[in-house]
Design a protein around this ligand. Structure first.
Ligand SMILES: [Zn+2]
Length: 180
């Protein structure tokens, strides 16, 4: 990606977020030579994603179906609907960026779980109960244990917490810091 100021071709990505319902990725970049900061929008070329279900059947990835499942799992958890939409967009964008065009329903579920963990533990456990097809109380206990031990959660889509301060938002313009 060429710097818009000095045309140097190496830059580092400061922040990525999916936009337009997951159809493009907005990246904030910094030129490695002149430190100029600029924003790029990369369109995702949509490839059809196939979901391989537990019983081996295949179906095409259906964003609205996934959203319905997530909404159901998150009923009465107080998570704003917009957060769930952003989550599904983020998951879809991730699937679009992988090399494989197939995903197992289990992988898909785990991906969502990693996001839900950051947001709400009740929703996490409920969603897990569906996706991991709980057989009984033992599975619940295991899931709760895993809350502590599992792979680190993925950072939630940045649109979830737009008010939180971002370290990367220091542009070249001088800023005035007021301390009380
Ligand atoms: Zn530059």
């Amino acid at each position: 990606m060429q710097c818009s100021s000095c045309q140097h071709t190496d830059s580092r990505v400061l922040e990525s977020r999916s936009t337009e319902g997951g159809q493009s990725v907005r990246r904030r970049r910094e030129c490695l030579r002149c430190k100029h900061r600029f924003t790029t929008y990369e369109r995702i070329e949509f490839v059809p994603i196939t979901v391989i279900k537990r019983d081996g059947n295949r179906e095409s990835f259906d964003r609205s179906k996934l959203l319905r499942g997530v909404v159901r799992a998150c009923e009465k958890t107080g998570i704003p609907h917009g957060h769930l939409e952003a989550l599904v967009d983020e998951v879809e964008a991730q699937l679009q960026q992988r090399c494989e065009q197939e995903v197992t329903s289990q992988e898909l579920g785990e991906l969502i779980l990693r996001y839900l963990r950051c947001e709400n533990e009740v929703a996490y456990v409920r969603f897990a109960s569906v996706y991991r097809q709980f057989q009984g109380i033992k599975d619940f206990v295991e899931t709760l244990d895993n809350l502590q031990n599992e792979v680190p959660p993925l950072a939630p889509p940045s649109s979830w917490h737009p008010s939180s301060p971002k370290a990367v938002e220091q542009d070249n313009s001088s800023s005035i810091v007021t301390r009380s």
